[in-house]
Design a protein around this ligand. Sequence first.
Ligand code: H79
Length: 455
Amino acid sequence: MKDLKVTIPDGILARLEKHAKEHNMSTSDAVTLMLSHMFGSFNTARPAIDPARSQREGARTDPRLDWWREAKFGMFIHWGLYAIPAGKWHGHEIPGIGEWIMYRAEIPVAEYEKLAADFNPVKFDAAEWVGLAKRAGQKYLVLTTKHHDGFCLFKSRHTDYNIVDATPFKRDVVKELAEECKRQGIKMGFYYSQTQDWHHPDGDGNYWDYDATKQNFDSYIHDFVIPQLEELLTQYGPVGLIWFDTPKSITQEQSQDLLDAVYKLQPDCLVCGRLGNGLGDYASAGDNKIPGSRVELDWETPATINDTWGFKTNDPNWKSSEDLIRKLIDIASKGGNYLLNVGPTAEGIIPEPSVKRLEDMGAWLAANGDAVYGTKAGPVQDVAWCRTTAKNGVVYLHVFEWPSDGKITVPGLTAKSATLLATGEKLDISAGGDTVHGPTSAPDPVATVIAIETA
Ligand code: H79
């Protein structure tokens, strides 16, 4: 412990003091907490996946996950009332992720609720959204049926705060998307915020309307969350998975009760590790976090194309198609799935930059999908210029940096045959099998896949 004199900008100090007050701690403790959080997120020794969000015992070999292991790539959709303010409240830009606007601007329930009267996404077309996922090569789709703001995109008997009862639109978009997914052969999953609910008087997170000491969180779980899960699991046909989020301090018993409620109605429905307490079917990496190397779990990275999940007018920080394709390869090479988000507008339109990038990914996958779908982590790890995936005795070498002499020396592999996956062209290999002879310029500057049969 050492006393340091530091200068903290007024804006940050004000927020620290506010946080300290809310959490009953000294400002100095709040500073220490902030610093330890910052260093925590830089500390590479930390496990990439929080054990509390890992997969339950036995799930690693559970055949219920086989479709999900095959799928590798899914579409996440964050859509709700927050698409209307789209990052601005009373003319002010609210920093951070768009779907958190109610929290960041501390908007009272009574005021935020009024957005429902303006939610009329007349351009919404389930066939178009699902068609885009198909074109992108995505095999499952996960929709925010209820995010932290508590608004439901499905008809519910347990609250009027839902798209059918509270908006002029009146259409159950969960139903329309579920039917369309079935028609187009995509697995449908439901995101459901089980802990945070800033609208429900007993839900977690809304400190500006509700007094936490007077809340009954257990009643919220048993009298609201479980009945709503029952609706989601009985009204829309087979559900591929439930994507819980931010478990926070949900107890082991409460997580278990949610898991039992899901399995009771749909035994084949998977449950994301963010259920909490290590009880999910598959593990979840942090938002936009990719582990440094192979992870021997069934796991997934949920991620954004720009920086927000829910639509914001002002978030132009779009990742390039090359970056996204390489992230998909990187994740697959480490044994994971990529759940890539789109945030449709309040009119129901998926932003054009997202559409363009997803179509680019789909074009790459149309030629190279064999090297992604159904693969496991490859044998070569921790090499900067390439990634590997593997399936049925074939190693797929994804080359990011193509050598100018076309000679690719495969670290630790002895090749028996080598083929350019996209064209089927056979490549020569050196006598020892450690070097593949390809063309002198990269066949695909984003990532060229060589399918290698090993000795
Ligand atoms: O649904 C997406 C996010 O809304 C959700 N997970 C993904 C899939 C999520 N919930 N919590 N978090 C992400 C962590 C949020 C942290 C922050 Fe904030 C919200 C940082 C800035 C806004 C909390 C509020 C910390 C600072 C202000």
